[in-house]
Design a protein around this ligand. Structure first.
Ligand SMILES: Nc1nc2c(c(=O)[nH]1)N=C([C@H](O)[C@H](O)COP(=O)(O)OP(=O)(O)OP(=O)(O)O)CN2
Ligand SMILES: [Zn+2]
Length: 136
């Protein structure tokens, strides 16, 4: 019997969408106001879902307290009130789009979650813009 256990979280962060190897004109044409050299910010909302068998003894797929602590370690502490381009190593040479951020978060979660469990991460960049990654 497989069940998905989900935990939500949030972080506030600044970012700039641009490519270092493009001209300012190219970056403005593709990324527009998101290429502001002084950065801009979002209140990101996150949902992490863990799917697996329910342990018949505990009744848990995963202890939500453990999931909460992993999200704090891997996402909230390193991302909250940070500049994603400057403060998070994965984005030194990777554009911090919602797509790339959700994959980085999934990879960080994957390194901490039982390999027998599936992971799905949904990231809201704004209340109306959101992305989902399941690892493939
Ligand atoms: N595919 C993607 N498109 C865009 C991304 C992204 O990550 N992936 N990101 C942005 C910018 O980060 C931009 O800051 C998004 O915020 P905003 O401009 O406020 O978004 P909306 O215009 O959609 O806001 P509404 O309030 O819903 O009008 C742009 N594109
Ligand atoms: Zn943005």
């Amino acid at each position: 019997m497989k069940v998905t256990v989900s935990r939500s979280a949030h972080f506030n962060a600044a970012h700039r969408l641009y490519r270092k190897d493009w001209t300012e004109e190219q970056n403005n044409a593709v990324f527009g106001k998101c290429n502001n050299p002084n950065y801009h910010g979002h209140n990101y909302e996150l949902i992490v879902g863990i799917t697996g068998e329910v342990d018949p003894e505990t009744g848990y797929v995963i202890d939500i307290k453990i999931l909460k602590d992993i999200i704090a370690d891997e996402v909230e502490t390193p991302f909250d009130h940070k500049n994603l381009n400057l403060d998070v190593p994965e984005f030194a040479d990777l554009n911090p789009t919602a797509e790339n951020i959700v994959v980085v978060i999934w990879n960080r979660m994957r390194s901490r979650i039982n390999p027998a469990h599936d992971i799905e991460v949904t990231l809201y960049e704004t209340p109306r813009n959101f992305v989902t990654y399941k690892g493939n």
